[in-house]
Design a protein around this ligand. Structure first.
Ligand SMILES: [Zn+2]
Length: 306
């Protein structure tokens, strides 16, 4: 996969060469990168940058930082560990997170979200702010005793986050939303770019929904964002067995935007959400709200699939 260079991803060969230069293994290198991950955080509310760095099974290193959105309820925040997992999942870093280094002890929300990875109990974690010279790795199982997760609710065949999803979703013959015989005004703003690119954005959002992880509600969804230069970023919904730590598709798409080097959110000018008609878990209103605050002029359209 040809990904452009990103501050949020280190290639396997670069990771090995960085480790070799320092006389370390790649897992031993991770704690030294946590500060760089913290520098990528955007926490204007807490002013507390959290960094997370993870080693995927394909040898690449993925970064995550916490992201907060002034004006919105706190549950729209993206935690560093969630950012890292979203980054890893979106870029096909392999089915396992082998090691993770975090700047501060993960909150309960993140410990729970981590449970959506297959055999995460074996993933090795190190917390770097614990004032030790060489903090040691320990298994994730040691920081979440008596876990509740997918193993309690799903069969072994159901794919988890980081595993391939192919939800069979297709647009309805008329996928536009009709209310009282009219197409309602779904936009927060209007962008001419979307008029030319609506089909492309719809296709990307549908692909994101096909790749989403929604085994608990059966309500997959995906978002595609477009920036003012016409570049597209997509995000897949990722559910947690415990519901609340779930990653909304609009947040996942914002992660994709940041990983690809996106700057101010006001550069996001168009967005398309694809979800099921009449779904029990709908993303439309929360996605519109989030976009309205982070990029008030962003055009926002919703299409339904079956
Ligand atoms: Zn957290």
């Amino acid at each position: 996969m040809n990904q452009p260079p990103s501050k949020y991803i280190i290639t396997a060969s670069e990771a090995e060469s960085m480790a070799r230069c320092k006389g370390l293994t790649v897992p031993q290198l991770l704690p030294s990168l946590v500060k760089s991950a913290q520098d990528l955080a955007r926490p204007p509310i807490s002013k507390f940058p959290v960094g997370a760095v993870g080693l995927g099974s394909d040898g690449r290193i993925f970064f995550g930082g916490n992201v907060e959105f002034p004006g919105l309820p706190l549950h729209h925040s993206i935690h560093a560990e969630q950012f890292l997992i979203t980054n890893l999942a979106a870029h096909g870093g392999g089915p396992k997170l082998l090691n993770i280094a975090v700047s501060a002890a993960p909150c309960g929300h993140c410990r729970q979200f981590l449970q959506e990875l297959r055999r995460v109990s074996e993933t090795q974690i190190v917390i770097t702010d614990q004032h030790q010279e060489n903090p040691d790795y320990k298994p994730v199982s040691s920081i979440l005793p008596d876990p509740f997760g997918p193993f309690d609710l799903l069969d072994q065949e159901t794919p988890l986050i980081l595993e391939k999803h192919n939800n069979q979703l297709f647009f309805k013959s008329n996928s536009s939303i009709i209310e009282n015989g009219n197409t309602p005004n779904l936009s927060n703003g209007h962008c001419e770019l979307i008029d030319e690119n609506e089909e492309a954005l719809k296709t990307e959002a549908l692909e994101a929904a096909r790749g989403s992880h929604a085994p608990y509600s059966g309500c997959p969804s995906g978002v595609a964002l477009m920036d003012c230069e016409g570049r597209v970023y997509r995000g897949s919904y990722m559910e947690s067995a415990a519901y609340n730590p779930s990653m909304m598709p609009v947040q996942a798409a914002v992660v994709a935007y940041m990983v690809a080097g996106g700057g101010g959110y006001e550069r996001i000018v168009a967005a398309v959400l694809v979800e099921k008609d009449g779904a029990a878990v709908r993303q439309e209103d929360t996605a519109r709200l989030m976009l309205k605050y982070i990029s008030p002029k962003c055009d926002f359209r919703v299409f339904h699939c079956v």
